[in-house]
Design a protein around this ligand. Structure first.
Ligand code: TTP
Ligand code: MG
Length: 541
C-alpha cells in the first residue's frame, strides 16, 4: 500500500470544514477546542527525572547503534535524533550515553502522564499517540469556563476544573494569552467578544499552560503544546515553539475575499512534506507536477500547491491517485492543504495495539539456544501483557487472540546484500493459549509452558530444516479483543501498526536504490534505514 495514502487516512476522515461539527456557517461556539502535547526529548527526560544531575549534561539514549533521542543540551552541541552512536561520540565526545532498549520505564512514564492528563479533562477525551503525544478535546471545559468569565474583570479569572466543586481550579489572567501565539500578538482585544473563537482559544491557552505546569511540577516532564480547533492544526502549531513552549493559532480561521485566514497564512509557508498526512512519496509527486521535473528537490510550499493553476480535489486525485492510494485522496488532501481535519479524538487509547518483544543475536544456531531465548522473550512478553492489559482490580482489559513468532534467518555468507537481508523476516501465528491469562500462576512457569506447548512447534514449522542461523527472534501477541467496558476504537491504530510492519519487514522499498530513509506510516517521521528497527520497536508498544 502507498505510504502516503496510509497517512491520508490518519487525518480528516470525511472532513468538510475547519474543525466544525456541522456547516461552514456554524457559529464559532460549535468549533471544537483541541490541545496537543508532545513531551520534550521524552526518553532522555525519563532518565533525567530518575537522575536530575543528568539535566545539565549532554545526554543521548541508545538503542542498538543509534541515538533514538537526546536531551536539548546534547542538541545544542550538534546531536540529533536517529543518529549513529559513533557520529554522536565524534561530534560530542563528552556525551553521556544511556541504554534505552528496555521500554518498560518509558511505557510507565507515558502511562503516568496520560492518566494525569486524562483525569483533568472532562469526559476523559484524551487520545494517546505513541508514547509521547496526546490530543485533548477540551471543548466542554472551555465553553463552561468562557461562560463563567466576568467581562469586567478578566485579569482576575478563575478556571474551573470541576463543575461540582467551585473551589477546584486555578486563577488566571483572561486578558491575555498564556504562551505564544501565531501570528505573534501582545494582548487580547480590549473589548473581547466572549463567545468568539479567539476568547475560547485564549481560555484554552491557560488550561494548556496549567496542564503543562502540572506535568512538569508533579511528574517532572516538560512538554510542548499546541492550541487550535483540530488535531492537525494543534499539532502543527505546537511545533512552532519547541521545547517547553506552547503556541495558539489565532483566528480568523475563515478567509474573506480580502484576506486569507490565519490557518492559511500559517499552513502556506510550510514545505509540503512537513504537513502531517503528506508523506515523502506524495510530496515528490506534487513536486514533480508543479516543477515538471521528475526528481525535483525544489522547495514546494502548501501555498504553491494550493494556488497552482487548475489545482483542486479532482486534479489532486489525478496526481496522487493510482494503485494503492486511498479512495478520495484528492479531496482529502485538498482539505489538509486548507487545514481541514475533522478527525475525532479517540478516547482512552492507552491500550496497545499489539505487544511485541524481540532481540537480535550475533549467532543463534542450536535448538537449545533458541529454546532458552524463547523462554526469555516469553517471560518479558507475559510481564508486559500484565503491565499493559491488567487493570487495578486485576481484570484483563483486553485479550490478545493471536500469538506470533517471527525469525530472521541469516543468509549464508556472500549470498545476499545487507539490505535485502534486513527484510527477510518470516513468521507464523497460532491462537494464543488461554492459560497465559492465569494471573495466579508465576510468570516463569507460564513462559516455560508457552514455549513448550506452542512456541517450539511454531518454530519447527518455520524452520523444518536441520541447519539455520538466526539473527532475530520476535514474539508478539496481536489481535487484541477488548473486554466489555473498554473503549472500542482501536481498529485504526491496529491497522497502522500492521502497515508499519508490512512496510518495514517486507516492503519492496528496500530494493529501490538509493533510499536513505523511509517514512513511518504511523508518525510520518522519515527514518534512516539503519534506524528502522529501533523505530519499529518504539511503535511496537
Ligand atoms: P519524538 O517525540 O520524536 O522525540 P522526543 O520526544 O525525544 O524529542 P522532541 O523534543 O523533539 O519531541 O519521539 C518520542 C520518543 O520516542 C523519543 O524520546 C525516543 C523514541 N523514539 C524511538 O525510540 N525511535 C524513533 O525512531 C523515534 C523517532 C523516537
Ligand atoms: Mg517528543
Amino acid at each position: 500500500m502507498d505510504i502516503d495514502s496510509q497517512f491520508s487516512t490518519v487525518l480528516g476522515r470525511t472532513s468538510i470544514f475547519i474543525g466544525t461539527r456541522s456547516s461552514p456557517n456554524t457559529p464559532a461556539m460549535a468549533q471544537n477546542i483541541i490541545l496537543h502535547l508532545d513531551y520534550d526529548c521524552f526518553y532522555a527526560s525519563v532518565f533525567e527525572v530518575e537522575q536530575p544531575a543528568l539535566r545539565s549534561l549532554p545526554l543521548a539514549v541508545q538503542q542498538k547503534q543509534i541515538v533514538v533521542t537526546c536531551n536539548y543540551e546534547a542538541r545544542r552541541r550538534g546531536l540529533h535524533k536517529l543518529q549513529l552512536i559513533k557520529d554522536a561520540k565524534r561530534i560530542c565526545p563528552d556525551v553521556v550515553i544511556v541504554l534505552g532498549e528496555d521500554l518498560t520505564k518509558f511505557r510507565n512514564a507515558s502511562k503516568e502522564l496520560y492518566l494525569l492528563v486524562r483525569a483533568l479533562v472532562w469526559g476523559g477525551r484524551v487520545e494517546k499517540l505513541g508514547f509521547d503525544e496526546l490530543f485533548l478535546d477540551v471543548t466542554e471545559m472551555i465553553d463552561y469556563n468562557v461562560e463563567m468569565l466576568n467581562p469586567n474583570d478578566l485579569a482576575h479569572s478563575f478556571f474551573h476544573l470541576d463543575r461540582q466543586d467551585p473551589t477546584e481550579g486555578f486563577i488566571y489572567d483572561a486578558s491575555q494569552f498564556c504562551g505564544s501565539t501565531f501570528p505573534v500578538t501582545e494582548v487580547a482585544p480590549a473589548t473581547p467578544d466572549l463567545s468568539s473563537l479567539g476568547m475560547r482559544l485564549l481560555v484554552a491557552s491557560h488550561l494548556q499552560g496549567h496542564i503543562r505546569s502540572k506535568l512538569e511540577h508533579q511528574i517532572g516532564f516538560t512538554a510542548t503544546g499546541g492550541i487550535s480547533t483540530s488535531k492537525l492544526l494543534a499539532k502543527l502549531v505546537g511545533s512552532v515553539h519547541k521545547p517547553n513552549g506552547q503556541t495558539t493559532l489565532l483566528p480568523p480561521y475563515e478567509s474573506t475575499p480580502e484576506e486569507d485566514s490565519n490557518v492559511l497564512k500559517f499552513l502556506d509557508e510550510h514545505e509540503i512534506r512537513k504537513i502531517p498526512g503528506i508523506g515523502s512519496r506524495m510530496a515528490q509527486k506534487l513536486r514533480t507536477h508543479l516543477t515538471g521535473k521528475e526528481d525535483s528537490d525544489e522547495k514546494v510550499t502548501v501555498r504553491d500547491v494550493r494556488l497552482f493553476p487548475g489545482m483542486g480535489p479532482a486534479s489532486l486525485e489525478k496526481i496522487l491517485g493510482g494503485p494503492g492510494s486511498a479512495k478520495g485522496i484528492g479531496s482529502k488532501m485538498w482539505n489538509v492543504l486548507h487545514g481541514v481535519d475533522t478527525s475525532e479524538i479517540l478516547e482512552g487509547r492507552d491500550l496497545p495495539t499489539q505487544i511485541s518483544i524481540e532481540d537480535s543475536y550475533g549467532r543463534l544456531d542450536t535448538l537449545e539456544a533458541v529454546r532458552r531465548e524463547l523462554v526469555v522473550l516469553s517471560r518479558s512478553l507475559i510481564r508486559r501483557m500484565r503491565t499493559d492489559l491488567v487493570d487495578e482490580t486485576s481484570r484483563w482489559r483486553a485479550h490478545p487472540r493471536t500469538l506470533r513468532l517471527s525469525t530472521r534467518p541469516r543468509p549464508p555468507p556472500g549470498s545476499e546484500t545487507g539490505r535485502t537481508y534486513q527484510s527477510n523476516r518470516i513468521s507464523r501465528s497460532v491462537p494464543l493459549p488461554g492459560f497465559v491469562f492465569h494471573l495466579e500462576e508465576h510468570v516463569d512457569a507460564l513462559a516455560e509452558r508457552l514455549v513448550q506447548e506452542s512456541v517450539l512447534s511454531m518454530f519447527r514449522r518455520l524452520h523444518p530444516d536441520k541447519s539455520w542461523n538466526l539473527s532475530l527472534l520476535n514474539l508478539a501477541v496481536t489481535n487484541l479483543v477488548e473486554s466489555a467496558g473498554e473503549q472500542q476504537s482501536r481498529d485504526i491504530g491496529k491497522m497502522f501498526q500492521q502497515q508499519v510492519e508490512a512496510e518495514v519487514d517486507v516492503s519492496d522499498e528496500w530494493d529501490d536504490e538509493p533510499l536513505a530513509s523511509l517514512d513511518c506510516v504511523l508518525c510520518g517521521y522519515p527514518i534512516p534505514l539503519f534506524a528502522i528497527e529501533a523505530h519499529q520497536m518504539y511503535h511496537a508498544q
